[in-house]
Design a protein around this ligand. Sequence first.
Ligand code: GLU
Length: 290
Amino acid sequence: MREVITRFAPTPSGPLHVGHLLAAMQARRLADAHGGRCLLRIEDIDVTRARSKEWVDLMYEDLAWLGIRFDGEVMVQSSRFGAYEQVLVQLRTMGLLYPCFCTRTEIKAQIAEMGRAPHATLGYQYPGTCKHLSADEAQARIARGDAHAWRLDMQRVQDLVGCPLWADLRRGVQRCVPSDFGDVVLARKEMPASYHLAVVIDDAEQGVTHVTRGEDLFDATHIHRALQAVLGLPVPQYLHHGLLRDNTGKRLAKRDGARSIASLRAAGFSPQDVRHSLRHALARGGIWFI
Ligand code: GLU
């Protein structure tokens, strides 16, 4: 039987919080249950984000304090832009990417003009304005240095790979309909690889067999499945777990600084206290009290 490999893949956009602890525990537990490995990957591709390095250092400290163990080398996405670029070239060669010069404001205006938002499963869907630019015009705009993003043409993806299946360990077999999703951005100047692109390439590169992630990323998994199909990558199994909520039922967010591991440490809680609280929260359907 193939070795089970899971991963914890935090984005260093703030201090580690109890939601991260839940995600890390899910990955660690699933690996342990199968005698497998749990890897750590730092998803720091957003180089415009200030203080990222600081958050990564604090994250290592918090993880060590919590006593969560990871196996093997840590993968750091900001050192992998070369690998992402290679895949972008491949996708461009396959005719699946097109440059998009629209600003956010322009996209909003285009949607308003249409009188209704295009059907979108993931946020708003790009209305496809730049998809209809001629190759010459797009080239000319790139040559004159116009800022642009690279979008994945989901209709073409569907024409190529159809509607691939994937499995969620709780919710069963899922069917991805690529054209249900907007033409997602895979790269832009200040961020040469998007989350969707980097996560798919790296899960394959690290041989991840089981992806555990919050249910807020359920729709994103469809996009990842479409990319795997196009790139001929192996398909992990998925487990989307529930999210922690406060006692009003609101999802805990990064801005809830009091739930950061650092603040719990500073308030005198021990790692056992924090893990115990997490177990209790899960037993109460994910409601976090401290
Ligand atoms: N980096 C993402 C986050 O911190 C999670 C990535 C994933 O599980 O795919 O929300």
